[in-house]
Design a protein around this ligand. Structure first.
Ligand code: SF4
Length: 286
């Protein structure tokens, strides 16, 4: 049975939910369903799990989407800020292997939202992606993948957004939505954060400083220990990461390989969002 037949045949008690991350794919899915399957769209509950550490651009995207859909997007929350959960996790920063942030600030609020109700959850994984995704393991939640079944690929997603609410602004410097300090950020994205939101960059540095451990080096004296749980990125402190990104940028500028491309072209041509490491983080960035 196709996803839309299943959706229309479910009994009245089944809830239909679509989680928006502030990212392009979930937003495009909401638009796609509204435009092509209005009967399903009417039943849909839209939600966004707000960590309280999101970028302003994410809220702007959600506002535009609410206006387009003509529907409210329910904002969910863990009820506590990131630093509360950080303390609860022994001041150990989350990382790709220890994603307690996603669980505490995104998935648990979602599970509270749906309770034990029978639910169809609409997931925006595209037909040109090779990932299965993970949102919740609750047996009452059935996941459906309309883009996969209907053959919708990355370019279609961009087209839909361009024709409706526009591409979320942070794609000019970042490849996915999510918390401003997300450890999935690449070096150049940390640099983008520093330039676009210097206050948030400083805040991420402050958090990093507060959890950092010191070690003694015979040449440099006392230095910060880098690695899982101590810094946002395994390979160094934020200052070191940004310094490397600036260096790389200078080299790129000299070689001028991509200088004339628009950011949309770059994003379309690079497989930014097919990172298998992202599997548990779909609720944050899809
Ligand atoms: S966006 Fe990143 S930091 Fe925020 S909850 Fe998801 S994985 Fe964690």
């Amino acid at each position: 049975m196709k996803w839309h037949e299943l959706a229309l045949n479910e009994d009245k008690n089944t809830r239909h939910v679509l989680g928006l991350s502030g990212g392009k794919d979930s937003a495009a899915l909401a638009i796609y369903i509204k435009d092509h399957y209005p009967k399903i769209s009417e039943k849909m509950e839209y939600f966004f799990s707000d960590t309280g550490s999101e970028l302003q651009e994410v809220y702007e995207t959600l506002d535009r989407l609410e206006a387009y859909l003509g529907r409210e997007i329910t904002r969910l929350s863990s009820g506590k800020p990131f630093e509360h959960w950080l303390k609860m996790h022994g001041n150990y920063l989350p990382s790709p292997r220890e994603r307690w942030c996603t669980l505490m600030m995104k998935i648990k609020p979602f599970e509270r939202f749906v309770g034990d109700d029978p639910v169809i959850s609409y997931i925006g994984i595209r037909a040109d992606e090779n990932r299965e995704g993970y949102i919740s393991k609750k047996p009452t939640i059935k996941a459906v993948f309309p883009f996969v079944e209907d053959g919708i690929v990355r370019e279609d997603v961009f087209q839909k957004l361009e024709n409706s609410i526009g591409i979320p602004k942070y794609y000019e410097w970042r490849s996915r939505s999510g918390c401003y300090f997300c450890f999935f950020q690449r070096q150049d994205e940390w640099l983008g954060l520093k330039r676009r939101h210097p206050d948030l960059f400083e805040e991420a540095k402050r958090i990093e400083r507060e959890v950092s451990k010191k070690k003694f080096d015979w040449v440099k004296g006392e230095v910060e220990e880098c690695g899982q749980g101590y810094t946002w990125n395994q390979s160094g402190t934020l200052d070191e990461i940004v310094a490397r990104a600036e260096e790389k940028e200078k080299t790129k500028r000299v070689s001028k390989t991509k200088g004339t491309q628009k950011w949309q072209d770059l994003l379309k041509s690079e497989s930014y969002d097919d990172d298998p490491e992202d599997q548990a983080c779909l609720i944050c960035s899809l």
